[in-house]
Design a protein around this ligand. Structure first.
Ligand SMILES: [Zn+2]
Length: 77
């Protein structure tokens, strides 16, 4: 039988505990990232032709007005 003193046993115990927490953290982090993939933000657009205000998800340079179907370019670009 292998002789283990108290400090070695404690070190092994803590090591297993840390690894366990690490695995739990990794699994929870992975599932959380998979569930909420809402990194993209909604952008508010105002049509230059009919002044209709509409919201689109994502960051686009050119969008199409749902009201008059005309193309609008992003401001400040
Ligand atoms: Zn429009």
């Amino acid at each position: 039988m292998i002789r283990i003193d108290l400090t070695t046993a404690l070190a092994i115990y803590l090591f297993i505990l840390v690894i366990g927490f690490l695995i739990i953290w990794l699994i929870s982090n992975y599932t959380r990232k998979d569930k909420t993939s809402t990194s993209k933000e909604n952008s508010i657009w105002q049509c230059a032709i009919c002044t209709h205000i509409y919201v689109l998800d994502g960051d686009q340079d050119i969008s199409r007005c749902p009201n008059c179907k005309s193309y609008n370019k992003k401001k400040g670009g």
